[in-house]
Design a protein around this ligand. Structure first.
Ligand SMILES: Nc1ncnc2c1ncn2[C@@H]1O[C@H](COP(=O)(O)OP(=O)(O)OP(=O)(O)O)[C@@H](O)[C@H]1O
Ligand SMILES: [Mg+2]
Length: 324
């Protein structure tokens, strides 16, 4: 449904460019929940912005493109848009829940006014306020959210409720694809669970595609079907979530999963020593080489390509041979 083709992007800064996303390619399939994981600063949010085509200064796309394809159910014109044109599909085909979404609500407007803006954008003001209100109330009830939140200002709602409102806004036009950046970060575990349940129920009901960015591997394990692991601005491993947890191939994924606490396992957990490379300097060889316990001589010189290594599994590591 969304094809990311050799995408590279950088931020212009006074100290020089930051290569936040480097030569990344993968596909998002119809009706799946796809996860993107990786440590802070590895480019997850930037990748999502590129997928949504929200590329504004200081961010620029330095190579590649994203292709959005959508076939409406029950026939109708199929949609095919490339980077630069994807905003035409915003809200109706693809919507985006930004990181720290709770704070994207406008503090001086009531929640209903903020919903009306979305409806007006698509129906050109053809509907009256009472019609919009009725439609909204029905939708909130469907999501088991109290209808009176429509009369609240954002500051009158709890953080968890604000997050639900933003999710409701992003899904209101029933888009085929929803990109959610850290939808549960900064929420306590109970609210986090409720939000995850809400996302999963929505996905089951609407059959749309979700892309969830999170550095929380527990979140990915619980809800995503396929998972991509990013490191230093690029994808280093991708595969079905369950398989990736049971049999990680890239040393970074192995260490990331090895560091997770497990019930009944009392062995001391080891972190990943060192820190990711600076994205300001060009990276020569494999970006994980300085921290990799399995590094070889070639890793310092040659950046391993991100290739299919088994059916449905891709990896960028010299230790994992490509599928023949
Ligand atoms: N507006 C900006 N100007 C300059 N550099 C930026 C900007 N936004 C992000 N970066 C840099 O780009 C890189 C990738 O950032 P990004 O926000 O995509 O990472 P992330 O994986 O989403 O991190 P986190 O998990 O903390 O949200 C980082 O090195 C970051 O410092
Ligand atoms: Mg981020």
């Amino acid at each position: 449904m969304l094809r990311i083709e050799n995408v590279s992007a950088q931020y212009s800064t006074i100290k020089g460019p930051v290569a936040a996303v480097r030569n990344t390619s993968f596909d998002i399939l119809d009706n799946e929940i796809f996860g993107v994981a990786g440590e802070s600063g590895c480019g997850k949010s930037t990748l999502l912005k590129i997928m949504y085509d929200l590329v504004q200064f200081p961010l620029t796309l330095s190579g590649g493109k994203v292709v959005l394809e959508s076939r409406p159910e029950g026939g109708g014109q199929p949609l095919r848009l490339e980077s630069g044109n994807i905003p035409k599909a915003w809200w109706k085909y693809i919507s985006y829940i930004p990181q720290a979404a709770m704070s994207v609500l406008n503090p001086v407007y009531r929640v209903d006014e903020q919903f009306y803006e979305i409806i007006k954008r698509h129906h050109g003001g053809a509907q009256s306020k009472s019609q919009m209100r009725e439609q909204l109330s029905e939708y909130l009830t469907e999501l088991t959210l109290p209808v009176d939140i429509l009369d609240s200002y954002p500051h009158q709602l709890s953080g968890g409720m604000r997050q639900r409102v933003v999710i409701a806004m992003a899904t209101f036009m029933k888009p085929s694809m929803i990109l959610a950046d850290e939808p549960t970060t900064a929420l306590d575990v109970v609210v986090q669970r409720n939000i995850l349940m809400m996302l999963m129920e929505l996905q089951q009901k609407m059959g749309n595609t979700f892309v969830i960015v999170s550095h929380d591997m527990g979140v990915h394990y619980q809800i995503t079907k396929r998972l991509g692991i990013m490191y230093a601005g690029t994808m280093v491993e991708l595969g079905p979530t369950q398989e990736l947890f049971e049999d990680p191939l890239h040393p970074y994924t192995q260490m990331l999963i090895g560091a997770l606490p497990k019930v009944g396992d009392h062995r001391p957990k080891e972190g990943i020593p060192g820190s990711p490379p600076s994205l300001r300097q060009p990276i020569v060889g494999c970006s994980f080489e300085p921290r990799c316990p399995k590094r070889m001589e070639i890793c310092r010189r040659v950046d391993p390509p991100f290739v299919q290594v088994r059916s449905g599994r891709c990896c960028a590591c010299h230790l994992v041979p490509p599928q023949q």
